[in-house]
Design a protein around this ligand. Structure first.
Ligand SMILES: [Zn+2]
Ligand SMILES: [Zn+2]
Length: 407
């Protein structure tokens, strides 16, 4: 049976998993209910399940039983072991009150699957179902990585630290994001080798002056004016110091100071975000923020302290694995529906796996204007067209088959 047909045959189950997860969204790293469902479905399929990985993560291991032309890893300590490909889904929801009005809308006030991670779970469980029935055709292992905490908590890093990519070691990793991102039409697959999503760092700048009366600025050091100069000067880091062909963003998102119109405050606090696709830019931008903030402040008789927090690294897709996914996706959706996509400056913690293992992150179009499914990620009316879920599952299955036959 062909892969798409096999996934279509279990579409009901896939949609049911999505709706179950959608009704009980869990935020951040604490996803016990979702993890329990994922673990139960996989163990019912006869997949080896490891629970509580890096907190509430779940890792399933399907050992293929095909003999004959075995796919072996290289010689050395791991020689003789079979190859392993990992498929990854994120499980966390967002702190948003759902406004879709769907019959299976969130039952948890203030929490919603508004990023499509419910669909990611359903697609991967669908792929696990079909692959578990094809075990005798698999000359290697498939690992299913379900992680919490994608939305800022860095769940992927915790999974890796707890061995999600080890024992057996993972040779390639593939993950997908549903949505209207990348302008993909319903059921289209978007691929791109190289950088696809940005590093997302965060900074805080505290400016200390000397407070006083608003009518006597000469007796004070005004941190508000200093902060304004710093904010303006920071805009030149991207526009004047970085190669215009290398995308970067520096946004000051908050400036807080003061209590009344006639008081010069003592301090002013700014916060911002930094995005870039080239890993090497991170240290440079952090250094420039520090130098600009502290030297402007000291030039104006104030003091500035800078905290710079490195967040997710950029998502950088591996050339070979990306072309594998493009070929596999073409078998499922037709070559005309495999699109090459442009990078976006959003962040994704898939990046952590891709730092360790060659792999790729691809898009699956799940919008549908005819059904009113047009809202962006993180919107209270965000939805996915469920008719694409079995297609995404089929791409994952086909990728696994092609990975072993190509190896
Ligand atoms: Zn999101
Ligand atoms: Zn997401």
């Amino acid at each position: 049976m062909d892969v798409l047909q096999a996934c279509k045959a279990i579409e009901k189950d896939i949609i049911q998993w999505r709706r179950l997860v959608h009704q009980y969204p869990e935020i951040g790293l604490e996803v016990p209910r979702t993890a329990e469902l994922v673990a139960r479905v996989m163990s019912d399929l006869g997949i080896e399940v490891r629970e509580r990985v890096g907190g509430w993560g779940v890792v399933g291991l399907l050992r293929g039983t095909k003999h004959g032309k075995e796919v072996e890893r290289g010689s050395g300590a791991e020689g003789g072991a079979r190859k392993t490909i990992a498929l990854r889904a994120d499980m966390d929801a967002l702190p948003i009150q759902e406004e879709t009005g769907l019959p299976y809308a969130s039952k948890i006030p203030g929490a919603m699957h508004a990023c499509g991670h419910d669909g990611h779970i359903a697609m991967l469980l669908g792929a696990a179902t079909v692959l578990s029935r094809m075990r005798d055709q698999l000359p290697g292992n498939v690992k299913f990585i379900f992680q919490p905490g994608e939305e800022g908590a860095g769940g992927a890093r915790l999974m890796i630290e707890d061995g999600a990519l080890d024992d057996p070691p993972v040779d390639a990793i593939v993950g997908a994001h549903l949505g209207v991102l990348w302008k993909l039409a319903r059921g289209q697959v978007g691929v791109k080798a190289g950088p696809l999503m940005a590093a997302s760092d965060r900074f805080e700048i505290g400016v200390r002056g000397r407070g006083g009366h608003g009518a006597a600025p000469h007796m004070s050091v005004d941190p508000v004016v200093v902060a304004c100069h710093i904010c303006a000067a920071l805009q030149t880091v991207v526009s004047r110091e970085i190669n215009p062909l290398s995308p970067a963003v520096l946004t000051v998102g908050t400036i807080h100071a003061g209590t009344a119109h006639n008081i010069i405050p003592e301090t002013c606090l700014m916060q911002g975000t930094v995005r870039y696709l080239d890993t090497k830019l991170g240290n440079f931008i952090a250094d420039r923020i520090r130098q600009i903030a502290t030297s402007i402040a000291s030039g104006m008789r104030a003091e500035a302290a800078v905290n710079y927090h490195y967040g997710y690294p950029p998502v950088v897709n591996h050339e070979g694995v990306t072309s594998l996914v493009a070929e596999s996706a073409a078998k499922v959706v037709g070559p005309e529906n495999v699109c090459s996509i442009e990078p976006v400056m959003g962040g994704e913690d898939m990046a952590f796996y891709l730092q360790r293992v060659p792999g790729t992150f691809f898009g699956v179009g799940s919008g549908n204007p005819e059904k009113g499914i047009v809202y962006p990620h993180h919107h209270p009316k965000f939805d996915i067209d469920e008719s694409v879920l079995h297609i995404g599952a089929a791409v994952f299955v086909q990728v696994c088959l092609d990975f072993f036959s190509r190896s």
